[in-house]
Design a protein around this ligand. Structure first.
Ligand code: ACM
Ligand code: ZN
Length: 762
């Protein structure tokens, strides 16, 4: 023991004196970035005789994991020795919580003779092993080397998680293990397994065989995006479940990698598959059918029926026997109250318990389950809707509808996991290219994930310690294959991992990208189909007073050039080289390509720019936009239409307020059409206007109404086109906001967002 400690101290001192602070080479390709890293001279080279030495029993199983990883690269197992003596050409593992004081922390000293890994605990050993995996270089002939260095490292947040939904699409056990290995590689420590939902129940519960024969299957699956109407279906039965033995095996596999598996059993909503199997658990008694498309369904567990609780407690008994996690996720999100409002049993329960509304009933439901789980020594974690009607006393809140739920929970002294859908839902688009495969919602590029700061919530600093960590979500509605799942999750998960682990003050996106480019090689070797779209072309478009649009093109790919065309032809090596901005004088599609090392790389960029009479017009707005959608008013006349990726920085959004836009064309012009779009997407609280009027004026004082429209039926983009034959300098658009979101809709009682883009005048 003593000798090892001395060796460690000696090495650390040696590094200090040889390579004093500030003289480091390039940062290594480690993600997440370690707290402290120093290079040293030389290499440690694995040889036939390299030994793995464990100085204590805690580090032994973790050291076996190193052998597992080494074997996958070198094809060889290394000799393991339990010993406290020093050996040359060895990798020495040791727990020492007096030297490494941070839980899950480790210190790694790599010299030409030895690798020493000191850790606070087994988790620290595993984290150190992951760093070794990222550092070693294959030196041909299946031998490995590691550049000498000294690392001190520990996590910023105790909870570093990734979710995975296996209800909407299910993945094989081999994929679940691969996923767990990847979580471990990036030092995440929690796998949140979303096992039940409307579209399928995926965990074997022996007491309830119909969960396996009925709830685990759906008759068919929707094709395409749920917003497309009418819905189309594939006509193919789909389903399956994980046996308890498989789940136990996964729990053990995860534990060996410092990962806790938190199972999620959804209640009281997202319960349709369970109701299909056991219709007596619903308010109406059914019949019910496992859902075949995506959404929120009105049939939920009956809260007035004691057999609901008996069922869930029996289910949870079996779940707890599989999953030893201190926390059990009970869902709690998106539970419509309409059945409860009309159910005699639910209403009787409310009366007996003096509950004032159905939110109180939901709170009763969650608290009753919490009491049960607490009695078994477990705690609950739930989505932020569990705040409604009052938080269960020991609950942790997973804040997904932004940060508000997390902030409210922290103010009530509850633990919080931040997973805002705006940053951490990896089922959202990561690129604005039209060629992206169908994804769930808005647009969350890698840089945005990386830029999330959990402490910048506005919470008083005395409360920020309630934020225990962060989690990314992988909802699988549109993950129709494991390859597509990987494409959506990677590399955004790596950005999340760095936010979760590394100190906030060292965060730097350029540094992250540099390391990510090296990690891409590793991901490829591990057969991960990661997206590589983060370097693709981004653009901005600014209208000018002379009626043209100036387009800027950007890419983060080092050493690239951009070539483009505006005549519709495909861009190639000889197309015009992009220098500063492209001035667009007439309507066109801008096609552009990235070129690196004299070769076109990545996909072709296409963007339509429409030149019309209002480009660069003066815009006067009567109201400010809602923060996320409060863009420069000129965005309304920049030649680009907003897409269904609603946060594409084209739409202006106004929360709860009517909108009046005055477009000043600068001089009197002949006008034949005035067009604009409104986005109707209730799941994002976006509501088309109640009515829209268009008025015109020669002098800006006297206006004449030329058009009114009241009906915007499309879920998605509603196009309005007014045809006229007028002369005008001023065009006034008045759009009335829906106001308060109606009962039964997402965000009921809150302010509706009125989303408008591109006012086109011809
Ligand atoms: C959720 O996305 N419904 C938690
Ligand atoms: Zn009921």
């Amino acid at each position: 023991m003593k000798l090892m400690l001395l060796t460690g101290l000696f090495l650390a001192t040696l590094f200090q004196s040889l390579f004093g602070q500030g003289k480091f080479n390039d940062i290594p390709a480690i993600i997440p970035m370690p707290v402290e890293y120093k290079t040293a001279a030389g290499l440690f080279a694995f040889s036939e005789t390299t030994k793995i030495i464990t100085a204590d029993t805690v580090s032994k199983p973790a050291a076996e994991l190193l052998n597992f990883y080494l074997k996958s690269v070198t094809g060889k197992n290394y000799e393991m020795l339990a010993s406290t003596s020093a050996y040359a050409n060895s990798i020495v593992f040791k727990i020492d919580s007096s030297v490494v004081v941070q839980p899950e922390g480790y210190q790694l000293n790599v010299s030409t003779q030895q690798i020493e890994l000191l850790a606070h605990d087994a988790g620290g050993i595993i984290n150190g092993i992951q760093t070794l995996r990222q550092l070693w270089q294959e030196a041909g002939n299946k031998s490995l080397t590691i550049a000498a260095c000294a690392i001190k490292d520990y996590p910023r947040f105790a909870y570093r998680g990734m979710g995975l939904d296996v209800s909407r699409h299910m993945f094989p056990v081999s994929f679940i293990k691969k996923y767990i290995d990847l979580l471990a590689l990036y030092k995440l420590n929690t796998f949140h397994w979303h096992l039940t939902d409307d579209q399928g129940w995926r965990i074997e519960i022996k007491k309830y065989p119909r969960l396996q024969t009925v709830a685990a299957f759906r008759s068919e699956t929707i094709i395409g995006h749920k917003k497309q109407s009418p819905h189309r279906f594939d006509g193919k039965r789909y389903g399956g479940y994980y046996t308890q033995q498989e789940a136990k095996d996964i729990v053990q596999y995860a534990a060996q990698r410092n990962i806790t598996v938190i199972p999620e059993i959804e209640m009281p909503g997202h319960a349709l598959a369970a109701l299909a199997a056991y219709p007596n658990l619903g308010c109406t008694g059914g019949p019910y059918k496992t859902a075949t498309f995506w959404g929120v369904f009105e049939d939920v567990y009956c809260a007035g029926n004691d057999s609901t609780f008996i069922f869930l407690q029996n289910v949870l008994d079996e779940v707890m026997a599989i999953f030893p996690s201190p926390k059990i996720h009970i869902g709690g999100d998106e539970c419509p109250k309409i059945r409860w409002e009309h159910c005699p049993k639910c209403q009787r329960r409310m009366k007996e318990l003096n509950l004032k509304d159905e939110h109180d009933l939901q709170s009763y439901f969650v608290q009753r389950i919490e009491r049960y789980l607490n009695s078994k020594g477990r705690n609950i974690i739930g989505w932020d809707e569990i705040l409604e009607g009052g938080l269960a006393p020991n609950a942790t809140v997973m804040s997904w509808r932004g940060e508000a739920g997390g902030i409210a929970a922290a103010k009530q002294q509850h633990d919080v996991i931040m997973t805002p859908e705006s940053h951490f839902y990896f089922d959202y688009y990561q690129s604005l290219y039209a060629a992206e495969p169908i994804a769930a919602g808005g647009y969350t590029r890698l840089e945005k994930v990386y830029g999330y700061e959990p402490a910048a919530t506005g919470l008083d600093s005395s409360l920020t310690h309630f934020i225990k960590g962060i989690e990314g979500q992988a909802w699988s509605e549109y993950f129709t294959s494991t390859s597509q799942a990987e494409y959506m999750i990677f590399p955004r998960m790596l950005a999340l991992a760095e936010v979760a682990w590394s100190p906030a003050k060292g965060k730097n996106y350029d540094s992250f990208l540099k390391r990510l480019r090296q990690q891409q090689t590793m991901l490829k070797k591990l057969d991960v189909h990661a997206a590589d779209v983060f370097d693709e072309i981004n653009y901005s478009s600014v209208p000018t007073a002379d009626g043209t649009v100036e387009v800027d093109l950007q890419s983060s790919l080092p050493g690239m050039e951009i070539r483009y065309t505006t005549d519709g032809s495909p861009p190639g090596m000889n197309s015009r080289l992009y220098k500063n901005t492209v001035a667009i004088h007439k309507t066109c599609v801008l096609n552009a390509i990235l070129i690196k090392d004299k070769k076109p790389v990545k996909r072709v960029f296409h963007q339509t720019f429409t030149i019309h009479k209002a480009i660069g017009a003066g815009i006067i707005l009567n109201n400010e936009g809602e923060a996320r959608f409060n863009l420069l008013p000129a965005t309304l006349v920049n030649g680009v239409e907003g897409t269904d990726r609603y946060n594409d920085m084209q739409w202006m959004g106004f929360a709860g307020k009517d909108v009046e836009v005055i477009v000043d064309l600068g001089s009197i012009k002949n006008i034949s059409t005035v067009s604009m779009n409104f986005l109707n997407y209730h799941w994002q609280k976006m509501w088309a206007p109640q009515w829209v009027s268009i008025l015109i004026s020669l002098d800006g004082k006297q206006y004449k109404n030329i058009y009114t429209k009241q009906n915007f039926p499309i879920s998605g983009i509603n196009k309005l086109k007014a045809i006229t034959s007028s002369k005008a300098r001023y065009i006034k658009i008045v759009a009335t906001n829906k106001g308060v979101i109606p009962v039964g809709e997402y965000g009921a009682g809150g302010k509706a967002l009125l989303m408008i883009d591109e006012i086109t005048v011809d």
